[in-house]
Design a protein around this ligand. Sequence first.
Ligand code: AMP
Ligand code: MG
Length: 484
Amino acid sequence: MLSTSKINWKWDNSYTRVNELLFSKVKPTKSIQPKLLLFNKRLAEELNLSVENVDDFVSFLSGNELPEGTESIAQAYAGHQFGHFNVLGDGRAILVGEHITDTGKRFDIQLKGAGRTPYSRNGDGRATTSAMLREYFISEAMHGLGIPTTRSLAVVGTGDEVYREYVSEGAVLTRVAASHIRVGTFQFASKYLPKDELCAFCDYVIERHYPEVSKEGNAPLAFLRKVQDTQIDLIVNWMRVGFIHGVMNTDNMSIPGETIDYGPCAFMNAYNPATVFSSIDRNSRYAYGNQPSIAQWNIACLASALIPIIREDKDEAVKLCQEIINEFPAIYEQRWAKMMCSKLGILEEQEGDAALIKDLLHWMEANKVDYTNTFLQLLKAKNEHIGIYGLADFQSWFTRWEKRVSTYVWEEVCSLLNMFNSKFIPRNHLVEEALHQAANLSDYGLFHRLLGVLQAPYEEHKGNEEFQEPPRDGDGDYRTYCGT
Ligand code: AMP
Ligand code: MG
């Protein structure tokens, strides 16, 4: 076992004390030739880890040696995958333990791609380097955008071959999360645990993530409302930047409300609510515009799992849950409208703003115009609008908008515009190019340059304006894969 003192890990394993049906003890498979590919020094510092000698981390980050005080497990969960219920679990991820920072914050430290577990079924427990680099990249970019997300501490090449449609090198990603408890974890717990143990599990999760609801008369019901509330904020944020998760199965929805599982996710360029990139999402279930209603559907799954501990009388419990879930669309609409107003620099929503927003979105959709860059036009004077932005349709909308915000102090409008509209998003074609160069040519130049910009995407980056451009010929037939 590795000594913990050098790096300043402070381990606890509270999850192993909750209920033994919810996990299996398992050790990572050793990497034959560990090689550090990426290390997130900034995150390590945020976690109060000592980063003087990064090499000290490698034997841990590869899964070869676990630090003292850890008790590694794979978590059990279930989930509706594309609407169909399955019993699942960490098939290629191993939770090493929970690290507690100097301020007492608790983080799951998980090794993803670290070998088979009792939940692997037919999978090999491994991950490709490219998929792990992608998760590292997008999760850190999401963090830069100010959106709750799991984080990435490192990627280590294992030296093993991983067999997919092609042979690739394997890698382990160290994922850091408030926790890996999912809607699907409750689905599993509800299916297999007796009522009092489900109740104890729910108490544990409440204490860990939403301690403020523990004093409510009906804590599980208040918890449901809170999780819904947090998810609504998350989805509004996704919609703000054009993020498409791609696989919003209930096992990929985090209870603490972080974006989790960066498989086939991508960013929308031209505005179109029907946008889907994932090759396996054949019915467009997880299209950009469907994300709010899918989140509501997932919350309904959480509610079903909680029914036994909400009320003795099932019909009454269902009714109480239904009332909460029925509130989803109105709360979402209201927060979405407020966010869109902010994207337009409007301080307080007024009558007529909904039409202003709708008309802009319709114009973008009809003309296949870039979502992110359109909002950046608002910071430009009329005579600086070029291309499609100089044409009559956009100009007449822009005149309406100028009139609308003329009642405010311009500096305040600007500050809202800058706060809600990022200048950069991870453009799919650039991310793919950066990943290709890193994973296949071992050239991390573009990867680091692009990620550097995306860690501060609301700022200008002189000399890197090319990263703002959507692909010249649109998204074409761009497809993403689960990357398992
Ligand atoms: P995901 O789509 O990544 O959320 O994965 C869905 C389920 O498949 C989870 O239970 C994963 O742990 C499992 N899984 C994905 N890839 C693998 C793999 N290579 N080996 C074993 N299990 C896997
Ligand atoms: Mg998953």
